[in-house]
Design a protein. Sequence first.
Length: 310
Amino acid sequence: MGIYALLFPGQGSQEVGMGRSLAEVYPAARETFAEADAVLGFSLSGLCFEGSKETLDDTVNTQPAIFATSIAVLRVLDATGKLPKPVAVAGHSMGELTALVAAGALDFADGLRLVRERGRLMKVAGERNPGGMAAVLKMDDAEVEKACREASNETGWPVQIANYNSPGQIVISGDQKALARAIELLQEQGGKRIIPLAVSIAAHSPLMAAVVEEYRAAVEGTPLRSPAVPVIANISARPLADVEEIRDELAGQLTWPVRWTASIQAMVAQGVTRFVEIGPKDVLTGLVRRIDPNVQAINVGDATGVQTFP
């Protein structure tokens, strides 16, 4: 069977129609989306099932939509007796909140309110301090870090690595001027695949600092418990030991990089041989396969995925 870890996606995995097949087939999914609609006071389920894409792609909606869909999948797997017993869980960026629910550290309704506020505040930060992000492919971490430092020094504006997604796949984030300069420097160093992302916020960069204290207050006001299963932190790639560590992680995560490569490597070092990505699309499944081709990775995100798992 293997030793399992559960993974939960973040922003970028949304798609119109997510969760619909689950809700059509499984009562646990219908109940999850009904609860989400009641908690938020609007039809999040309708937004997931039918769109519009433009509204779904708005950060304030994207984050709770992915969160609710991932929990719906998790609950369906549990209800059908197919949920693997994990030795660890992890979530990419916003997905860390989903992982905390899976680990028993956070209730669904409280997590949904918090993730909605997270999305709202990140949107506010983007309006106050517009920025951008770009994917950098097939370059070494050190090269990208150096280009970001030089671009920040030259322009006087911040740009940094936002996501260490996998070897050869990095996302940088920051002020538009610094971002443009970093891209120029990387191209001068031979970078041929640098792809600006269609976002107006600079996630996991200092431009998010404007809302960190307000978000920290929301985190402080959210009931949390010590996790029953180790939750591997984005910032440190180590297990979050207690509630205070969780609170610091969630608040700090807005401005610190996601160390996804190191997180997966840490779980492999602990003996994990099978990773199950729970939620829409299969972004994390692809990253795991690039990080370590020797482990198994699978996505479960819809009714067909549940029926064919494991």
